[in-house]
Design a protein around this ligand. Structure first.
Ligand SMILES: Cc1cc2nc3c(=O)[nH]c(=O)nc-3n(C[C@H](O)[C@H](O)[C@H](O)COP(=O)(O)OP(=O)(O)OC[C@H]3O[C@@H](n4cnc5c(N)ncnc54)[C@H](O)[C@@H]3O)c2cc1C
Length: 467
């Protein structure tokens, strides 16, 4: 049986950052992911906001990690060569209840050390963001809020982890875990593995993974959220807008994403149908609220809708053999340590993306301390991104196409993405059309991949034949 120091279960953004941060230490590490690629779970459908940190209780780990994570985000994205836009946010209100919420968040943000916060009148907000409806009564400006593409960030962390020596088993499911003396023996559908530490980052299954070995302590109950994406040719707001509605919990969020598209996300709703199935009435509410918030937004520019699942963690007790959850879900980050060398991140919702590196550092440090591992002086934090034609001027594009003719052949016409970029995405691990999309952005334009998907499939098949 293979022996390894530490196994990370799950290749979402949290597992990828746990793995990357493990490689800062002299630890042999393995990431196990049941899907054929990383970042296809919760991380794939997410609002993409790098939060400023005024939403969280002063003194909490969540508040501290959010403010620190936000403050360092540009450095992280520079190391990993991932686009990041610090566009700032406005939380807007339309009445008394929401005005009070904004003031409370402002005061909380000051206590948390969020930089640059300002409470504005509706008029001042309208000057900053002309897209907003004139009925806005007040707004909370947070200049440090930003946006990042979640899967691009996770994939970059994964590539950097592998570059620093982390091994990865994709298409591999963890089935059972048992303890033998000081080792955890993990049965997978590939081969068993023995390890001294486990970092459980299994997203919506993190509770079940922990229960493979330990009694139930936290259970996840899922709900959903819907999204609309607008074509990037449309005129959209420049700030991230958080709508604090007069009806508690019914506000929406609008994010001008790094790719230029506007992302609109609904309030939460119960799950219907499949895990990632959209809900027609929730999408309709999202549209009408967006029309109310932004009277001049041309919603005919919507090119796509999708849904997300949100794992809500509840403390549970076992009473007479039955699992009984607490009445309220847990508000803080759930970081469980049910046995020596075993850490679980369970039900990490918003702001998990903002804190992915912080959480990864935290459990990697705990693991290194447990394993008594010294720092890895060979750790290289820098990861090279795929050269993107869209980021080059005309002359550089011509030079690149002369050097490599695949860069002169455009496959995704909407986004101007070349065969060369797609082949590089495949070399780096994309095995599906969606995997290529998540690495170079094909199929994100107006035609949503109807023109290029066939050609990308052919390139994937060709690469498979060569392998
Ligand atoms: C609707 C929504 C919007 C959000 N918006 C934001 C935001 O704007 N800003 C922000 O900071 N945060 C946001 N978050 C939070 C953030 O998206 C999450 O914290 C983060 O993506 C969670 O990632 P993860 O790695 O835990 O889960 P996942 O991405 O789901 O990864 C878990 C992985 O584990 C794998 N796995 C499961 N079981 C097994 C097994 N038995 N064996 C092997 N592999 C297994 C799965 O296949 C999956 O790939 C949002 C969350 C939601 C739900």
């Amino acid at each position: 049986m293979r022996e390894i120091d530490a196994v990370v279960i799950g290749g979402g953004v949290l597992g990828c950052f746990a793995a990357r941060n493990l490689t800062r230490w002299q630890v042999s590490a393995l990431l196990i992911e049941e899907k054929n690629d990383v970042c296809t779970g919760i991380t794939r459908a997410n609002t993409a906001v790098v939060y400023p940190g005024y939403d969280n209780k002063p003194g909490s780990l969540k508040a501290a990690m959010t403010v620190r994570g936000n403050g360092e985000f540009h450095l992280l994205c520079r190391e990993l060569e991932v686009p990041f836009k610090r566009c700032g946010s406005l939380m807007v209100s339309f009445g008394n209840r929401a005005d009070k919420v904004l003031r409370k968040k402002y005061e909380q943000g000051l206590k948390n050390g969020v930089p640059g916060l300002r409470l504005l009148s509706g008029g001042e907000a309208g000057v900053l963001e002309p897209f907003l409806a004139p009925e806005v009564t007040s707004a909370l400006l947070a200049p440090s809020t930003g946006t990042v593409n979640p899967w691009e960030l996770g994939i970059a962390a994964y590539e950097n982890a592998v570059q620093n020596g982390c091994e990865a088993w994709l298409n591999t499911r963890v089935l059972k875990i048992r303890k033998e003396k000081k080792r955890y023996i993990m049965e997978t559908d590939r081969e068993p593995i023995a390890c001294r530490a486990v970092l459980n980052c299994a997203g919506v299954s993190a509770d079940k993974i922990q229960e493979l070995l330990f009694p139930p302590s936290v259970r996840l109950f899922l709900d959903g959220t819907d999204f609309l994406v607008m074509d990037r040719q449309m005129e959209v707001p420049g700030h991230i807008i958080f709508h604090e509605s007069e009806e508690k919990g019914k506000g929406i969020t609008a994010v001008p994403a790094v790719e230029g598209n506007l992302l609109l996300s609904s309030s939460k709703r119960p799950l219907h149908g499949g895990l990632y199935a959209t809900d027609a009435s929730s999408l309709e509410r999202l549209r009408s609220t967006a029309a109310f918030l932004f009277p001049d937004l041309e919603l005919e520019g919507v090119i796509r809708s999708f849904a997300a699942v949100r794992p809500n963690p509840y403390r549970v007790e076992v009473l007479n053999g039955e699992i009984v959850p607490d009445e309220k879900s847990i508000d803080s980050f759930v970081i469980e340590n049910p046995g020596p060398g075993f850490w679980s991140l369970i039900g990490i919702k918003t702001p998990g993306l903002t804190c992915a590196d912080q959480l990864g550092r935290y459990i990697a440090l705990k693991t290194a301390e447990y394993l008594d591992a010294p720092p890895n002086s060979g750790f290289n934090a820098r990861r090279k991104s795929i050269t993107r034609l869209s980021g080059l001027d005309f002359e550089s594009r011509v030079l690149l196409a002369e050097k490599d003719p695949d860069h002169g052949e455009i496959i995704c016409q909407c986004e101007g993405i070349s065969k060369g970029e797609i082949l590089e995405a495949i070399r780096r691990g994309a095995v599906t059309v969606d995997g290529v999309k998540r690495r170079v952005g094909t199929g994100m334009g107006q035609c949503q991949g109807s023109r290029c998907s066939r050609m990308i499939s052919n390139l994937l098949e060709g690469a498979g034949d060569e392998a």
